[in-house]
Unconditional design. Structure first.
Length: 209
């Protein structure tokens, strides 16, 4: 199983922007794909690649470790600021925990499929988020922890959320334990993927006090 572990520290500011730090660790085939795609990119080009299609996202202090060392896991870390992270309606704030990392569109759009979905290799991606809330706000509601499965354990999605004082912690994990999804299972997998996206899109609601 190839893994991507993403640690994210986020602070929501009084002006409704958000800044923080992200560290990605890629192993095995995940790392190989990153190397194949970006080995000829410089830091400026890699920074632009992260920022593109992500609204008002600004990335700084990008560091890549072990890009040319295939015997080690590859890590990518950077700091970010995004000005459109939070939506304000009246005295309430709304945001999705994954911010600009949110995958909001299901790539499986067709009603039927004749060929298998080939992920090439099993994978496990895990996001660990620590979000500092702005002063003067309390949590009115947040996404409920839940777990989704596709065919017992061939695909699993876990969403865990909790509050610790002025911080919210989320663990979001996606596991595809079978690299080949047969055409007969396409509709079931498409539904699993759609429910996974909808869960990630659920918003935290903060209320001004």
């Amino acid at each position: 199983v190839s893994k991507e572990n993403i640690s994210i520290m986020i602070e929501i500011k009084d002006d409704l922007s958000a800044n923080g730090k992200i560290r990605n660790q890629f192993t095995d085939y995940h790392a190989m794909r990153f190397r194949e795609k970006f080995e000829n990119f410089n830091m400026d080009q890699l920074t632009v690649n992260i920022e593109k299609n992500n609204g008002n996202l600004e990335v700084t202090n990008l560091v890549i470790d072990n890009l040319y060392n295939p015997n080690q896991s590859l890590t990518q870390s950077y700091e970010f600021n995004i000005t459109d992270a939070v939506e304000q309606l009246g005295d309430k704030l709304y945001f999705s925990p994954l911010l600009f990392l949110l995958d909001s569109e299901n790539p499986f759009k067709e009603n039927t499929r004749e060929y298998p979905i080939d992920f090439v290799y099993p994978m496990a991606d895990k996001y660990m988020l620590n979000i500092k809330l702005p002063d003067g706000y309390v949590v009115e509601s947040m996404p409920v922890s839940s777990k989704l499965k596709f065919k017992d354990s061939e695909g699993e999605f876990t969403f865990l959320g909790s509050q610790n004082g002025n911080y919210l912690q989320f663990t979001i994990a996606v596991e595809i334990n079978r690299s080949l999804i047969l055409a007969d299972d396409y509709n079931a997998f498409k539904d699993f993927y759609q429910r996974m996206i909808e869960k990630q899109m659920e918003k935290v609601v903060l209320k001004k006090v």
